[in-house]
Design a protein around this ligand. Structure first.
Ligand code: ADP
Length: 736
């Protein structure tokens, strides 16, 4: 009812004054001039309250004039009044009237203030999409502030009308929470979903309720505020989803992301490395946790000139090498343009860097291999050329023979190199297939040892072989396993100085057959041991004309692994010898397995007799040995009697081809000596001599020779003879 418009306020004052004065015109005659002030007091209060202090005081002034002029005796006197009685009445009227106007105007002001505050509050509530409400717990009655409609789409008079609006999934939880708060008489807050009554739209609301209790502590009233926080919730959900995507990207790229403040302190980090927790890093200065000068310098550059940088840092932390690819840039500046915030991300490229290093090493090894290969392939070319040159017209048979043997030997060497190369290419293509069958590993070892004997003899190595008395069954490819052992034995011979000792052992350990090949040769440094099985690795070149390509052990390892086995190397170091150990799974059920018939074993591994040729004509001896080897025999040659006896002890040959005219002792003496030695009775002794008469034959027979051939020996005849001897010689050896 308060009047705000100025002209209305003054009009009201005028009307009020006129009404009071008119009232006096009627009332004074009735009251006989008493209490002329009376009608003015109500209008003063009314005007002060409705129109304010100004109009109220105006009415007061006008009333005082009117009273003095018409109603206070003596009436009709000119202004100003002079009589003390009149002056007193007027003064009292002005005082009391002023008081009435003041009090009523002040009430008006208070009411105006309250209204403004209320309006402001309502404005604030609706601007914040909030509704304030009051709930009488005992009756269930509810009242709302203005703006409640904007939040809920309606208001309601009883609390029960609220629940149908709530989202079904939230009702139970919220009711339980409110009941609990009422019981305990405490404040409550909840976040829930509700449908707007008007549009049916689903909104998120946050409610705070303050529970008021009576003297007994019972909840009587709840005053509260409910805010529509849908926008906030949606923004939160969107930011959570964005964060989730961001983290996923960081996780899958193994990216560490971080932020530093102006003091170079980490304020945030995600995906910490090296087992560190964010708490270990946040709050610390750059370089405090993981010291790395390079990293620090790069970051300082960003702080100094604000330009983004990209760099790789390499270092070690807790004994782990690391390689990180980092991107850093300024993310905040102060008013002067100084960098206050820096963000960065680093990707762990350790695996990549290691793979690159590995690739580099492999490429270097390949280069070295190609150089070796070229060298090794060129080596045989010179002797072959000489040999070809030797084969002019009219050459002596011995020279032709030597040339042939040289060509044959070098061709065989090249063939071995090429075999190695082929195996290598099969290995890199994973194209080796095993022809597996059940076999006695002892046979494989014996064959490989036999094949190596000549090489060992040539270098005067002692060869010790220790095999168990019972068969050791494995499911394997005989040819490939022989290749494995042959390779290990060749290496042992190659990397041991002449006169060394090579030991081959076969044992059973649990479910494995264990073959070890040990030598007392040049050994392998500990650091190189892991590498020897890599392709193209040659850790030590010796002056012994190894003639290898660094392929052998790589092939060996692959073959062993194809058999489901493992290979290892042990050496106490350089010059301390080496031991290669091959472990192969024993054939399943081998213990109970019926041993295969002997014939089968023999046919699988026909033992070609080892033939020792003794002739002081070196070329003749060597070429014959070569020839026999090409016929499948294990043949080696020596050139004097003493060497013959030594080689006999080491090689234990099955057949000895002995020239009778030797430089140090006669062939007859050698034969007699051999017959006396252990194992000498079983060996087949064949004399090769220029003398073929009866008495010569008798002499050789008497010295213990089994056969007597006259020079020049026809190679085909000799091989045929050796083949006929073979079973007998074998039988004799086996019997012994
Ligand atoms: P290579 O053709 O050079 O013999 P391998 O693959 O057979 O190639 O052997 C790789 C390297 O391992 C050799 O160059 C040699 O340095 C080392 N090695 C192999 N066997 C032995 C051994 N018994 N004693 C010492 N070093 C060996």
């Amino acid at each position: 009812m308060i009047i705000e418009t100025p002209w209305k306020r003054w009009l009201l004052a005028l009307l009020a004054y006129a009404t009071a004065s008119a009232l006096n015109v009627f009332l004074q005659p009735l009251l006989e001039g008493r209490a002329p002030l009376l009608p003015y007091f109500p209008v003063l209060v009314l005007t002060g309250y409705l129109a304010g202090a100004g109009p109220g005081l105006a009415v007061l002034g006008a009333a005082a004039l009117t009273l003095s002029a018409f109603w206070i005796a003596p009436a009709g006197e000119p202004w100003p009044p002079t009589r003390p009685a009149e002056l007193l009445i007027l003064g009292l009227f002005l005082l009391a009237g002023g008081l009435a106007v003041g009090v009523s105007a002040w009430s008006r002001w208070l009411l105006q203030q309250a209204q403004t505050t209320h309006e402001r509050l309502n404005m604030a509530l609706s601007a914040g999409r909030m509704a304030a409400w009051d709930w009488d717990v005992r009756t269930g009655a509810m009242s709302f502030s203005g703006g409640a409609e904007a939040v809920f789409g309606k208001t309601w008079a009883h609390v029960d009308e609220a629940w149908p609006l709530a989202h079904p999934e939230d009702v139970q939880r919220v009711r339980a929470l409110v009941d609990d708060a009422l019981r305990q008489g405490r404040h409550y807050t909840f976040l829930g979903r509700m449908h707007r009554a008007d549009t049916g739209e689903l909104r998120w609301v946050e409610t705070h309720g303050h529970v008021h209790c009576d003297a007994l502590g019972r909840a009587v009233r709840v005053s509260g505020v409910t805010a529509d926080v849908t926008d906030r919730q949606l923004a939160l959900q969107a930011s959570q989803a964005a964060e989730e995507r961001f983290h996923l990207a960081l996780d899958s790229g193994k990216v560490t992301a971080w932020e530093c403040d102006a003091e170079r302190r980490y304020t945030w980090i995600y995906n910490t490395r090296f087992g560190l927790q964010p708490a270990d890093v946040v709050g610390r200065r750059i370089g405090e946790t993981i010291p790395n000068e390079e990293h620090k310098r790069a970051l300082e550059r960003v702080y100094a000139d604000g330009e983004p940088v990209q760099f790789q840092v390499d270092g070690r932390f807790r004994d782990q090498p690391y390689h990180l690819l980092c991107s850093v840039r300024a993310a905040g500046r102060d008013a002067e343009g100084r960098v206050t915030r820096v963000i960065g991300a680093s990707v762990d490229v350790t695996a990549l860097a290691e793979a690159q290093a590995q690739l580099r090493r492999e490429s270097q090894r390949k280069d070295a291999f190609l150089a070796t290969l070229a060298h090794e392939l060129r080596n045989p070319m010179a002797p072959i050329r000489y040999a070809v040159a030797m084969l002019g017209e009219d050459v002596a048979p011995a020279v032709r023979e030597q040339a042939r043997s040289i060509i044959g030997r070098q061709a065989a060497h090249m063939a071995r190199l090429l075999d190695d190369l082929l195996d290598m290419s099969r290995i890199t293509r994973n194209a080796i297939e095993l022809q597996r069958e059940r076999l006695d590993l002892r046979g494989v070892i014996e064959q490989a040892v036999d094949n190596t004997r000549p090489a060992c003899a040539a270098l005067r190595h002692r060869l010790v072989v220790s095999l168990p008395p019972q068969p050791v069954w494995v499911d394997g490819d005989a040819t490939r396993l022989q290749q494995v052992l042959g390779n290990l034995l060749d290496n042992a011979a190659k990397y041991t100085r002449p006169g060394g000792e090579i030991t081959v052992r076969l044992d059973e350990e649990g479910a494995e057959a264990v073959v070890s090949v040990s030598d007392n040769g040049i050994g392998i440094a500990a650091a190189d041991q892991a590498q020897v099985f890599e392709l193209f690795t040659q850790v030590q070149r010796t002056g012994q004309g190894s003639g290898g390509l660094g392929i052998g052990l790589a092939v060996v390892r692959q073959l062993v692994e194809l058999h489901g086995g493992r290979i290892g190397v042990f050496s106490e170091g350089v010059e301390r010898g080496s031991r290669f150990t091959v472990r192969l799974p024993l054939a399943a059920g081998a213990a109970e397995a019926q041993p295969l018939p002997d014939a089968k074993v023999v046919s699988l591994f026909p033992r070609m007799p080892t033939v020792l040729i003794v002739d002081d004509n070196q070329d003749a001896a060597d070429s014959l040995a070569m020839l026999l080897r090409s016929g499948g025999f294990a043949a080696s040659a020596v050139h004097d009697g003493a060497a013959a006896l030594r080689a006999f002890d080491q090689l234990q040959p099955r057949v000895l081809l002995l020239d009778l005219g030797l430089p140090d002792m006669s062939g007859l003496e050698v034969a007699r000596e051999i017959r006396r030695r252990p194992g000498g009775a079983a060996v087949t002794l064949i004399a090769i001599t220029g003398w073929g008469q009866e008495k010569d034959r008798a002499q050789t027979a008497q010295a213990g020779f089994d056969e007597h051939l006259v020079k020049p020996v026809d190679p085909a005849q000799l091989q045929a003879l050796l083949r006929t001897l073979q079973p007998a010689a074998l039988g004799a050896a086996d019997a012994g």
